[in-house]
Design a binder for this molecule. Structure first.
Ligand SMILES: Nc1ncnc2c1ncn2[C@@H]1O[C@H](COP(=O)(O)OP(=O)(O)OP(=O)(O)O)[C@@H](O)[C@H]1O
Ligand SMILES: [Mg+2]
Length: 559
């Protein structure tokens, strides 16, 4: 018995000596809850360049723990330093007690933004979460700042049944989980400059949405990235992992001779479904008189005063006498005709009666009811922004109508993901497009919008304010940075964090994750990891194996 006790003591002593002492990174020298702005200032004890913007730190007190992010790093103005700099004395100064700081006269400061306050250690984990609160008090002066522990991260980043990690907290080996059920409930936005990793992160989000089965998706895929294999960078698409859950529609001819390995349907739209808003969205800069003329022609068609099969035919063929009778502006009519010239070349636009097939949007609706998600692959039209805007507006508008008309039935929740979102959502045209209504009527008809965009500053302010979760990657333009941080509390201080992001990193915030975080997005090219995260245990289907064995690029080349 005595022996055992002795052993126990030895073990606990060993454990004690092994447990790493907490490294004090600095002490609090100033704090302010605001208004106008809130901050905790830490006098840095070591090298300032061991710390980094966006890094989490804990301020520890006996009563409370303050979970903070570093928002600003700087040296206070120091007359002595100014006098000594560039003088021979700098080399003669006593060897730095602290590397990089040069004696006690010189030190760096870190401004911290407090995201959560939690009770100090002695309370049960469950209560921790309930007791977490916003920054509503200040820590005592000289409180210690240190790295957060694994346990503390676990408490902050609570996981749920619907959560999965989009990557690791930057600089830490700790997952940042997103709750995907919460994510799909309100509009979300993914922003960043070109080539920075938006599409890949979007794929990761989409795959998790599919995994958790919290919503179906409608994706307008300009560059052919989301289907089976990306045509632009050969990374795997959504259908690669969830083939049976995706229906792809393709704009343009599908060569019958080539086996359609990804199950694509050719997209067909009847011209009589085109409405004025589709043309306005597509043209982007129609002036007011042209918009009025367009709407007037549409009204005359609806009231059966003009007799043409569809709006396009009416614009092209309206007779001079009709123009005069209804006082249509000839100049505007000319401008409209110019805008719709390309429509004649689009093979997927058919006159009703010319094709026996059902309109793809009706087909799509059936597929949605079967539980499928939709990818619309623009094929060779992918670089044609006007066409993209036209098709995306038209499809979304009709699905929205179907959804809003069938309120009685339980329709599957749907996230409509739009790239180049600002082109639909800029103030001048938004009231003519369908996206305005959807963004405002958040989730009313089970439809949610997701925006992927390079220019958030050009999105209508009111619509932008509906976005509940944002994933921000690196951006250069100050206006864009300003727009994404304007919805954050104490907005100014987030700017540095966003400008400092690198490729594949994102700043994520919103109600689908515990606290705002800088994330190293996971490596999407690691297929083994993706399969593990997506819970895909079974081997690839025969079809996918065939693709695996063959040249993956052939899928893109024959289109
Ligand atoms: N999480 C990631 N894992 C692996 N590779 C990545 C990741 N993010 C980005 N990349 C690499 O960076 C490239 C560009 O990423 P992506 O296509 O997502 O950028 P983008 O922001 O969508 O660009 P664009 O503005 O042109 O649409 C990818 O082709 C891929 O090689
Ligand atoms: Mg992209």
């Amino acid at each position: 018995m005595e022996e055992k006790e002795k052993k126990d003591i030895t073990i606990s002593l060993e454990e004690l000596s092994e447990s790493k002492p907490v490294e004090c990174l600095g002490e609090v020298c100033c704090a302010d809850t605001g208004p106008p702005s809130s901050v905790i200032t830490l006098k840095i004890r070591g090298r300032p360049d061991d710390l980094r913007l966006g890094q989490p730190l804990i301020i520890e007190t006996e009563k409370l723990l303050y979970y903070t992010l570093i928002m600003r790093l700087y040296y206070p103005s120091n007359e002595l330093a100014e006098r000594l700099a560039n003088s021979p004395f700098t080399g003669l100064l006593p060897p730095p007690q602290i590397e990089g700081v040069r004696g006690k006269e010189f030190y760096g400061l870190a401004d911290l933004g407090c995201l959560r306050i939690l009770p100090s250690k002695s309370i049960e984990e469950l209560e921790y979460q309930e007791l977490m609160r916003q920054f509503d008090t200040i820590p005592p002066i000289f409180s210690i700042g240190r790295d957060a522990s694994e346990e503390e991260f676990q408490i902050i980043y609570k996981t749920t049944e619907y959560s999965d990690p989009i990557g690791k907290l930057r600089g830490f080996n700790y997952d940042v989980p997103i709750d995907f059920k919460l994510l799909v409930e309100k509009p979300y936005g993914l922003f960043g400059r070109t080539g920075i990793g938006k599409s890949i992160l979007n794929k990761i989000l989409c795959l998790y949405i599919l995994k958790h089965n919290v919503s179906q998706l409608l994706l307008f895929d300009m560059q052919g990235e989301y289907g089976l294999i990306s045509r632009s960078d050969k990374t795997k698409g959504l259908a690669y992992y969830f083939q049976e859950r995706i229906q792809i529609y393709f704009l343009g001819e599908i060569d019958k001779k080539n086996k359609v390995i990804d199950g694509s349907e050719q997209l067909i739209i009847y011209k009589d479904n085109i409405l004025s808003g589709d043309i306005i969205a597509s043209a982007q800069n129609l002036n007011e008189p042209s918009i009025n003329t367009l709407i007037l022609i549409e009204n005359l068609l609806n009231d059966k005063i003009l007799h043409y099969d569809n709006l396009i035919d009416a614009i092209n063929n309206i007779k001079t006498a009709e123009v005069q009778e209804h006082r249509l502006n000839n100049l505007s009519l000319g401008a409209l005709r110019n805008r719709i010239i390309p429509f004649e070349r689009y093979n997927f636009l058919k006159k009703r009666g010319d094709s026996k097939r059902e309109d793809s949007i009706e087909h799509m609706f059936k597929k949605l009811l079967e539980g499928k998600s939709i990818v619309i692959d623009f094929g060779k039209y992918g670089t044609n922004t006007h066409l993209y805007l036209f098709v995306a507006n038209m499809i979304t508008r009709r699905l929205y109508r179907m959804y809003s008309q069938r309120e009685d039935e339980t329709l599957p929740p749907l996230v409509v993901i739009v790239e180049e979102a600002h082109k639909f959502l800029k103030s001048q045209i938004i009231r003519h497009t369908i996206f305005d209504s959807i963004a405002r009527e958040t989730r009313k008809f089970q439809l949610t919008l997701a925006f992927v965009d390079q220019r958030p500053s050009q999105i209508d302010e009111e619509v932008y304010s509906q976005i509940a979760n944002t994933f921000v990657m690196h951006m250069n333009d100050d206006k864009d940075i300003k727009r994404v941080i304007q919805t954050l509390p104490d907005s100014k201080k987030w700017g540095g964090i966003i400008s400092g992001l690198q490729k594949r990193q994102c700043f994520a915030r919103g109600d689908a994750l515990a606290v705002a975080s800088v994330v190293d997005v996971l490596n999407y090219k690691d297929e083994k990891l993706m399969k593990k995260l997506l819970g895909i245990k079974k081997p690839l289907s025969e079809t996918l194996k065939t693709i695996e064995d063959s040249d993956l690029t052939s899928l893109g080349n024959n289109r």
